[in-house]
Every structure is written in C-alpha cells, then in structure tokens.
Design a protein around this ligand. Structure first.
Ligand code: GLN
Length: 199
C-alpha cells in the first residue's frame, strides 16, 4: 500500500479483511518482496511530488514495467495513466496504463456522489463513491473496460479499467464496506504470485 498521502487506512482494512497481509510503502526499500501494490485516492499531484521526494517514483515505474499487479483508486488511477488531462504542468506520474484520464472530470457542481456501477468482471452491481473523481476519456486496445457511469450527464463514461496486471477505478470502493473490487485485485495478485511460484 503506497502510504505517502491519501486514504491509506481504509484500503489496509479492506485488504486485511480479505486475508491479505498489507504493509505500507514509502521508500524504495519498502517495495522489496511485495506481490502487489495499491495506490490510494487522495491528491495525485501531492502523491506524485512526495514520490519524487522519497525517491520512490522510478522504483514504482520499474515495478509496473516488471508486471507487478497494481490497483490505483481515484488519484491512484491518475498516477497510473499514461496521459493526464487537466493535470498540473509536469505532474509526476507512474504511468503504464494506456488510458487518457481527465482529472476532476465530473466538475465542481458534482464534487462527490455515490452510485452503483455494473462491474463487468462479475456482472454484479457494486457501490461506488466518487470524490473529485477522474474518468477515462479513452482507452487503448489492450485495456478492458470494467465499469461505466449509467445515466445523467456523464452517461457511458468509463470509471474502471484493467490492462494486464493493472487495475484502476475512478471511485473509492474502500469507503463503501463492499469488498468486491478489492477481492478482484487480491485474485489478480494471487494469480501473479502463482505464476512466479513459491518465494
Ligand atoms: N482530484 C484528485 C486528484 O487529482 C483525486 C481525488 C481522489 O482521489 N478522491 O488527484
């Protein structure tokens, strides 16, 4: 769990409830021996700057390039995106996810809201909390869309994606008490660990 800024505790609780053993990551050494990584919501510009200050941005980029399973929620989705619209100039990011995201896409009028979204991987509807959330404006051909907004002005906008070992949601499942999105990620991590064999 990247723990530079943002709602770290809620993710740790969700992961622990699913039987994972989460640890916090702030420095490059903390990445050693991890099977997967969660990037929390918060403020992507702040998390990016702190990642540079702590010398962990490039190690994170290498971990993504090596195929480590990574789940980015909200600001975490922005950090994973290859292209950020409405970012700040030279906003540090990890990248690797072939999407164009727009920060604060829902506009100031709808700062935050809760909705249920259809989760394509299982067909379930999952509750989703959006807080100054980004959306995905376009996604590359290797990216699967896992959820879209239904209805309203943002109808059809993409709010959850997966590309190989990378999972990203515009919303915060960790604030809903529903564990299904984290469950999906833990399954991805387990599948990755199985491929790598016992440590
Ligand atoms: N708007 C924030 C950003 O740009 C993301 C908000 C969130 O993570 N809840 O990073």
């Amino acid at each position: 769990m990247l723990a530079l800024q943002g709602d770290v505790r809620e993710h740790l609780r969700a992961l622990a409830a699913l039987g994972a053993s989460p640890v916090t990551v702030r420095r490059p050494d903390d990445l050693a021996g991890l099977d997967g990584l969660v990037l929390p919501g918060g403020e992507s510009t702040t998390i990016g700057k702190l990642a540079v200050t702590f010398g962990v941005l490039e190690p994170l980029q290498r971990a993504v390039a090596r195929g480590m399973p990574v789940y980015g929620a909200c600001a975490g989705m922005i950090l994973l995106a290859d292209t950020i619209l409405d970012g700040v100039p030279d906003q540090p990011r990890i990248g690797g996810l072939d999407v164009v995201v727009r920060r604060n896409a829902f506009g100031r009028q709808v700062d935050s809201f809760e909705a249920a979204v259809a989760w394509a991987a299982s067909g379930d509807r999952v509750p989703a909390v959006f807080i100054r959330a980004p959306w995905v404006e376009s996604a590359g051909s290797t990216v699967s869309v896992l959820a879209r907004i239904e209805g309203g002005r943002a109808d059809g906008m993409i709010v959850a994606v997966r590309q190989g070992a990378l999972l990203a949601t515009s919303f915060h499942p960790e604030l809903t008490g529903d564990l299904r999105v984290h469950e999906h990620f833990v399954a991805m991590v387990k599948a990755g660990a199985d491929r790598r064999g016992p440590r």
